[in-house]
Design a protein around this ligand. Sequence first.
Ligand code: ADP
Ligand code: ADP
Length: 227
Amino acid sequence: DSWIEIDGLDKEYRPRKSAPTQALSDINLTVRRGEFISVVGPSGCGKTTLLKILAGLSPKSGGAVRIAGRDVTKPLPEVGMVFQAPTLLPWRTIFDNVMVPAEIQRLDPRRHRERAQQLLEMVGLNGFEQKYPHELSGGMQQRAGICRALVHDPAVLLMDEPFGALDAMTREYMNVELLRIWQESNQTIVLVTHSIPEAVFLSDRVVVLSPRPGRIAEVLDIDLERP
Ligand code: ADP
Ligand code: ADP
């Protein structure tokens, strides 16, 4: 029941105006369905690169990457992604931003409008549905981005430092909410975080990357009794 399979993944960036960078080298990892893994490591170790490749947003240089048995060459509909910086569309309201994945995939509007409303309430954005992104703080925009990633109930959720812009209390609250969603949904989650306590609190396994080039240094099994 391996749901994400990464075999011998390599990634080299070849910018036109500077020297190439080997961002990832020989990454091997399988993630089971319903598993929650975190990826940690120093800046530049390739965390964001790994997520972008899983999201189908960046081409790999070598190796194989499969999600649900399919080769990842473009964004797959069963994958949701939360970006490091909120990337909401400025001309759409918060509610209409959250609905974007459901619209792109032409999913039942009524059901997904209900889901969007439920998610916005869960993250404390009720009352802000009809506002535009620039009317909200960075942390609020980030929470809207999390709702957008969840609105179509993706089987795989990829998150790049989703709580970075949040204050400590909201961050803890979001951690607990995320655990609740995960336990209810059987989602497979890959979370990139700078916070080791957060990784240990949330995940089944913590993948530690080392830089230059990005390699897996260690995979830690977390065996905590969850409430
Ligand atoms: P973080 O360490 O928090 O992931 P970085 O500052 O390393 O953030 O990178 C932020 C983004 O900038 C990356 O997702 C990447 O796409 C881009 N980036 C990083 N390094 C380079 C580079 N050398 N050339 C072009 N883009 C880069
Ligand atoms: P992390 O997220 O762990 O900080 P990144 O995946 O952002 O790491 O970056 C890994 C390496 O790849 C870094 O050396 C970074 O400078 C380089 N890099 C990232 N994005 C780009 C890019 N678009 N062009 C060139 N180099 C990049």
